[in-house]
Design a protein around this ligand. Sequence first.
Ligand SMILES: NC(=O)c1ccc[n+]([C@@H]2O[C@H](COP(=O)([O-])OP(=O)(O)OC[C@H]3O[C@@H](n4cnc5c(N)ncnc54)[C@H](O)[C@@H]3O)[C@@H](O)[C@H]2O)c1
Length: 259
Amino acid sequence: MAGRIQDRVAVVTGGCSGIGLATVQRFVEEGAKVVIGDIDDARGAELVAELGGAEVATYVHVDVTDKEQVDALFQTAKDTYGSVDIAFNNAGISPPEDDSILDTDLDAWRRVQEVNLTSVYLCCKAALPHMLEQGRGSIINTASFVAVMGAATSQISYSASKGGVLSMTRELGVQFARQGVRVNALCPGPVNTPLLQELFAKDEERAARRLVHVPMGRFGEPEEMAAAVLFLASDDSSFMTASTFLVDGGISGAYVTPL
Ligand SMILES: NC(=O)c1ccc[n+]([C@@H]2O[C@H](COP(=O)([O-])OP(=O)(O)OC[C@H]3O[C@@H](n4cnc5c(N)ncnc54)[C@H](O)[C@@H]3O)[C@@H](O)[C@H]2O)c1
């Protein structure tokens, strides 16, 4: 049986771990060819083998802050599999140096802006010409629930970067709506990935405080994000663009959560 994105060509950044990894696996299950861009070369090579080899997956070493490398990533998809149908611009970081504005220095601020926000600008800029030429494409940018809500446990540059991703996504969605290219933002709630585990490992109280605000009382799983990304990537979401797609266990809807 044909998959939901059968024979579509997808580029996934940050595809070696967490939400990106689960999405790569789901995309391949649903019939897509996937080009994975990441900096984890050992895992990338291993992953391609696990997925079934070069016929369905290719790994490219890409630092998403580097324009030439990002351009080459999307060109690889076109050259290897013939098109660029889906771009999941997902790589991101959440380092401990990014904290309250009172303690976060300019270097930490800038690094997070580069990896989380400038990267999305570069990936959209590289993907769009391919998609406009085809008259078809779906871009999904990973923002976060913190793009729409403030947190007292601040990571100031991270939150600001995700707000930027959300605004950029909206604007691109509107600009290219009549040219067949859809652009949507995935806004995950807290998801059980290495990124979150690293953040909360050093601060159990912070993890507990975050969990209290999730109506479902648990963190999300990467596979639950992959299912949402698949929806946005596929024709099932054909009337959706410029959207803030919250997949957050109810966190953004809650004023008081059940005990
Ligand atoms: N986990 C959460 O709770 C959560 C919540 C909301 C949003 N997000 C966002 O989801 C996205 C994925 O997060 P995750 O939790 O799966 O993280 P993760 O740490 O598990 O995976 C991130 C991947 O990005 C790669 N990466 C990091 N820097 C890179 C760079 N400069 N160039 C290329 N690749 C790079 C890493 O090698 C890794 O494979 C991020 O944008 C993150 O901000 C995560």
